[in-house]
Design a protein around this ligand. Structure first.
Ligand SMILES: [Zn+2]
Length: 182
């Protein structure tokens, strides 16, 4: 039997060396920072991710471990136009290259198109998934088309309450008649 996939302490080099892949689901409740964005809603929603490990040669012909990572989740957010609930699909797909040290990662991340991370035997893949989903979130969540027209119902009701009687056409007509006859 295969070892259980350790999403929170992944041995990246071993995973990439073996060319393994994994697909998993996690409840949104396990991602504190994403749950903050939904104001605690959607804890039972499933976030799904897929990861593929592989070795690629660098310019000098050396094997380097890479992860190709994808994830998606539908987050219950608040529409900033109508202030109603809106489900927003948030997703990303990105490649990560792993190098031996923090110094190397800092230098190479600047120069590379892909993201460069530090190789570790206990890499928290779910934390990376959460980082990336947070960055992929729309800055201003909105419905494509809001379900209700945006009106100020409360203000309308207040406004039409009082003057309704005053402008009653029959009352006005009666006043004119009274004046005319009197
Ligand atoms: Zn809306």
């Amino acid at each position: 039997m295969k070892n259980e996939f350790a999403a929170r302490s992944l041995n990246v080099a071993a995973f990439a060396n073996a060319g393994e892949s994994h697909a998993g689901d996690e409840r949104l409740a396990r991602f504190e920072r994403l749950l903050e964005e939904t104001s605690g809603l959607g804890g039972e929603t499933l976030l799904s991710y897929q990861v593929q490990g592989e070795l690629r040669q660098d310019a000098a012909g050396q094997d380097e471990p890479w992860l190709r990572l994808r994830a998606q989740a539908t987050l219950p957010l608040i529409c900033q136009r109508c202030m109603g609930p809106v489900d927003v699909l948030v997703k990303f797909e990105r490649d990560f290259r792993f190098v031996a040290s923090e110094e190397l990662a800092a230098i190479e991340d600047e120069e590379s198109e892909e993201d460069v991370l530090v190789l570790t035997k206990t890499f928290n893949l779910l934390e990376l998934v959460e980082d990336e989903l947070l960055m992929a979130m729309p800055p201003v969540p909105k419905h494509n088309v809001c379900p209700k027209p945006v009106t100020l119902h409360a203000a309308d009701a207040d406004f039409s309450d009082e003057p309704a009687e005053k402008s009653n056409p029959f009352a006005v007509l009666q006043q004119i008649k009274d004046k005319g006859l009197g």
